[in-house]
Design a binder for this molecule. Structure first.
Ligand SMILES: [Mn+2]
Length: 424
């Protein structure tokens, strides 16, 4: 993967400065009653899963511009994901997308072991047709009016579970493109009944220690209505299916300005927060890099997660889900994983005793100031020191560029054009 000497060289150039910055921040935090090493220890164990499809260049409805050295298959993708983990220690697992990544389990396990990764949630795909498929998903999958099409979608989800069981996954994420493009095109109630009936069949095939994650999305590809439109619908599904069913929150799948951190709190309160797809957006489901547009919102989400960390059985899954159109996907995913870690570290710095006191005194100004103090703190030395101590890069982007990985794989992997990106 990345030459260790290149990482060492890169670290040598920054080691002394990092030590000074870490000491300075440690002194500052000590005055606030915070032990910097304790925060670093928590950050060091934090991980976010990388989506296998994220290491390929994404696209828009208009075009896709592939970069050099695009991964040709899941094994190339796992190599790229391994590099991200090697340099950041922030992405210990990969989330597969089936059928794009379907390969014999033994081969997947062997490759994952080679590059030091494990498998996160399985993602099914019933939003596009495959060459060998009997029934089209043009008008829906799990909620289709035709029973045979629904069954085909159910069977595909069960096949994803079966492969996932063999490779150590513990969750299935379902996102469907089902919905309608015109008022009157579908009957909302009957369509949702069909969805629930089909989802119950999938749920019935779930192993005892698995979680079924359903992902809501407000619009696209259906532009008038979607079957799993919002977190309310998603919660209804999770409640209807049972204890192993929980809601997945993709940060981009809401109307602009929706209070996502409050949705996180609500789902947590009732034991139904299953996981995240982290990304960022300006206008819609833009799939921009995590923390690139609104890092404060990401911090506020993590504030809720830290606030709830001690709740029994609270262990939501964390994954990136974004589309990289103008950057090297490996660089974007490394940066995004570090942004997620940063928001976590900042949330750990919030003085929760003081915050609670201000809340109970109705001191709105001091409450919001106390919360924001965590966000205002530059925690980069904590993240960088955690990486260094794990044998990773102080500056992963600099080390990655110095190592010449992209040029190396570009020489090995023939140029591709138009290969499916596919972002949900
Ligand atoms: Mn998603």
């Amino acid at each position: 993967m990345i030459n260790k000497d290149a990482v060492e060289q890169s670290n040598d150039a920054a080691r002394a400065q990092l030590a000074a910055d870490y000491d300075a921040l440690g002194g500052h935090l000590e005055r606030r009653g915070i032990d910097i090493d304790a925060v670093k220890a928590k950050v060091a164990t934090y991980g976010v899963a990388v989506p296998s499809w994220g290491v390929g260049t994404g696209g828009t409805r208009f075009a896709r511009f592939p970069g050099p050295g695009e991964p040709r298959d899941i094994f190339d993708k796992l190599d790229d994901c391994g590099v991200i983990q090697q340099l950041t220690n922030a992405t210990p697992s990969v989330s597969l997308h089936i059928p794009w990544d379907a390969q014999p389990a033994a081969d997947l396990i062997a490759k994952a072991e080679e590059v030091g990764l494990r498998f996160d949630a399985m993602n099914s795909n019933t939003f596009q047709d495959q060459p060998d498929q009997a029934h089209s998903y043009k008008f829906g999958s799990l909620s289709h009016v035709d029973a045979a099409t629904r069954q085909q979608a159910v069977d595909h989800n069960i096949a994803c579970i079966e492969l996932g069981e063999q490779i150590g996954s513990k969750a299935l994420t379902i996102w469907v493109g089902d919905g309608s493009n015109f008022p009157g095109q579908t009957n909302f109630t009957r369509q949702f009944e069909r969805y629930l009936d089909a989802a119950r069949e999938v749920y019935g095939a779930l192993p005892a220690d698995w979680t079924l994650l359903t992902e809501h999305k407000m619009y696209e590809p259906a532009f008038y209505s979607t079957v799993v439109q919002d977190w309310g619908t998603n919660l209804l599904i999770a409640q209807q299916l049972g204890d192993k069913a929980k809601c997945l929150v993709d940060l981009g799948h809401h109307a602009p300005n929706v209070n996502i951190e409050m949705i996180v709190a609500r789902l947590t309160q009732f034991g139904k927060l299953g996981g995240f797809h982290f990304n960022d957006s300006k206008y819609g489901d833009d799939d921009l890099d995590t923390g690139s547009i609104d890092p404060y919102r990401l911090f506020l989400v993590f504030n809720e997660l830290v606030e709830s960390a001690e709740r029994p059985d609270f262990d939501p899954m964390h994954m990136l889900d974004q589309s990289h159109n103008v950057t090297d996907p490996i660089e974007s995913l490394m940066t995004s994983a570090m942004e997620v870690q940063r928001a976590y570290a900042q949330a750990l710095l919030v003085d929760r005793t003081a915050l609670k006191g201000f809340q109970e005194d109705n001191d709105a100004l001091m409450a919001t100031t106390t919360l924001k103090q965590g966000f205002r703190t530059d925690v980069e030395p904590i993240l960088a020191m955690a990486r260094l101590e794990a044998g990773c890069a102080i500056d992963p982007i600099a080390a990655y560029r110095a190592a010449g990985y992209r040029a190396k794989v570009a020489a090995e992997r023939p140029a591709l054009s138009g290969a499916g990106g596919g972002i949900v």
